[in-house]
Design a protein around this ligand. Sequence first.
Ligand code: FPP
Length: 247
Amino acid sequence: MSFKEKLILDKIPRHIAIIMDGNGRWAAQFGNERTFGHEHGVESVRSVVEGAGEIGVKYLTLYAFSTENWGRPVEEVNALMSLLVQAISNETDELMKSNVRMQVIGDVKSLPEHVQEKLNWSINKLQNNTGLTLVLALSYSSKWEITEAIRQIAADCKSGIVDPANINSELIDSYMNTSGMPDPELLIRTSGECRVSNFLLWQIAYTELYFTPKLWPDFRKEDLFEAIFDYQHRERRFGKTSQQVVS
Ligand code: FPP
């Protein structure tokens, strides 16, 4: 029986976040350049987006390019940007057929203009879809996002739009790039690294973490279903006792 068949259908996470890691190591296994790993990583993205849509996940957030990734060799950064544009060009029709919407979180303005244009083209095309929302984290880091939110809240306090006495968790949520999305119930990281690497730090306060040794280019929808199966058999207590949760 496949993991997909074993899933409890009324317990599918609404929001899954993935740190796609291990492309470079995957390429090195074959004596290839890191970019070769990123290219194959796109096939994993396709499979996972398809799988998430099939089982009714509402949001899938992929860490595609971090603020820190700008520090990689310029050839690799350029290759990643080209790959992104190419993937969006090639996949938007299929995303349309699958009723997928797209959204971006991160410092979009820091991306090359042609990348921004391609992203906007795809986002606009897919905007009326009602199925899965694919959220691409690009030039994203959580500390950047939180800093920007604090800056904006401070500005709104100064201009009288926000009363400091009214700052609470919900208000902070509304200043995040993820405003309007549920927090992820499940965060997956591939390649055996057990870190969260500046990803959605505010949003993952109660998220279940799942680490797999699989390298990203080897990850497929069946691996996603396995991660969800694992998640479904955990007890989420949110600070309460086991008895309170069960009763
Ligand atoms: C991490 O592997 C992966 C990345 C920094 C980039 C992920 C990008 C893609 C899969 C392609 C484009 C994405 C979309 C959404 C179309 P790594 O390079 O850090 O690998 P390593 O840890 O083995 O060096």
